[in-house]
Design a protein around this ligand. Structure first.
Ligand SMILES: [Zn+2]
Ligand SMILES: [Zn+2]
Length: 254
C-alpha cells in the first residue's frame, strides 16, 4: 500500500513522507529534525524506513532541516545539479548527495520517481511524480506556471498535490509586501494562486484523480477557507484536502 503523508506544507516549511512496503522516501526537508521525527512517528511512519530524500529546490522552506537530518540519517539525498550547487555555496550540501537530471526517472525500492522542471526562481527546481503498485501521485508546488507535461502527468494520477499559494485579492491588499515581492509571487517564476490551481484542476480532472490536495499556502495571503471557496463545483465529488501549515495533514492510502 502506498501511503502519502504531508508532514507540513506551506511557505513556513515543506516535507512529505511517502511509504510503500517498508520503503519510504522524504520529499523536501523543510522541518527541523525533531519536528520531522515527531510527525513521522505520529503518523505511523518510521524514519528508519526512509531510504532516500529528494529535494525539489534550494529555498529555505524546503531545506532548512536537511543538514542535521542527513547527518543522523545517512541516506542518498537526490537533487539536481543546480540545487546542489546552491546548497554547496551555502555550506549545507550533505555528503550523501546524488545528482539527478531535472527530467528523469530513478527508483528507490519499489517506488519509481519521475522528475520534471518547474517554473520558479530557483537554480534548477523540479516537481515529482511517484509511482508504485500502479498508483500514481503527482506533487507540484513552487511554480508560477503549469505546462502541458505537468498537466499530462496530473491526468493519470490517483492523487494530485498542487500548490494554491495565495489569494490574489489578499495579496493585492497586503501592505506589508513590497511591490517587487508581489510581482515575484504572481510571476511566471513564482507561485500558483487559488485561482490558478482551480483552473488547472478543472482543466485536467479525470475519473482517476480521486484525491486532490491543495497546499503550500502562504500565511499572510491565504487561508484554508479561502482556498475552498475557489474549488469549482465540478470537483466537489473528489476528496479535496487542504494541506496543513502546522501539523500532519490527512493521510492517504492508495
Ligand atoms: Zn516553497
Ligand atoms: Zn520555492
Amino acid at each position: 500500500m502506498l501511503r502519502f503523508i504531508p508532514l507540513n506544507s506551506g511557505s513556513n516549511g515543506n516535507s512529505i513522507y511517502v511509504e510503500n512496503d517498508g520503503v519510504a522516501i522524504l520529499i523536501d526537508a523543510g522541518l527541523s529534525r525533531k519536528r520531522t521525527l515527531e510527525r513521522i512517528s505520529l503518523s505511523g511512519g518510521d524514519v528508519n524506513k526512509i531510504k532516500a530524500i529528494i529535494i525539489t529546490h534550494e529555498h529555505t522552506d524546503h531545506v532548512s532541516g536537511l543538514k542535521i537530518l542527513s547527518k543522523y540519517h545517512s541516506v542518498p539525498v537526490h537533487m539536481t545539479k543546480g540545487t546542489a550547487d546552491v546548497l554547496n555555496e551555502r555550506g549545507i550540501l550533505p555528503d550523501t548527495f546524488v545528482i539527478i537530471p531535472s527530467e528523469g526517472v530513478f527508483s528507490v525500492g519499489n517506488i519509481r520517481i519521475r522528475t520534471g522542471r518547474t517554473y520558479h526562481d530557483a537554480r534548477e527546481p523540479i516537481y515529482v511524480r511517484i509511482e508504485s503498485n500502479n498508483k500514481i501521485i503527482t506533487y507540484i508546488t513552487d511554480t508560477g506556471f503549469v505546462d502541458y507535461k505537468m498537466k499530462n502527468t496530473m491526468k493519470y494520477s490517483d492523487l494530485i498535490f498542487l500548490e494554491a499559494n495565495y489569494d490574489p485579492e489578499t495579496l493585492a491588499r497586503n501592505e506589508k509586501y513590497p511591490f517587487y515581492l508581489k510581482e515575484r509571487i504572481k510571476g511566471r517564476y513564482g507561485h500558483l494562486s487559488n485561482l490558478d490551481a482551480s483552473y488547472i484542476l478543472r482543466d485536467v480532472a479525470t475519473e482517476r484523480n480521486k484525491y486532490l490536495f491543495l497546499g503550500h499556502l502562504s500565511e499572510q495571503n491565504n487561508s484554508p477557507e479561502t482556498v475552498l471557496r475557489f474549488v469549482p463545483d465540478e470537483l466537489k465529488n473528489k476528496n479535496i484536502m487542504i494541506a496543513s501549515r502546522d501539523s500532519i495533514s490527512d493521510i492517504v492510502e492508495l
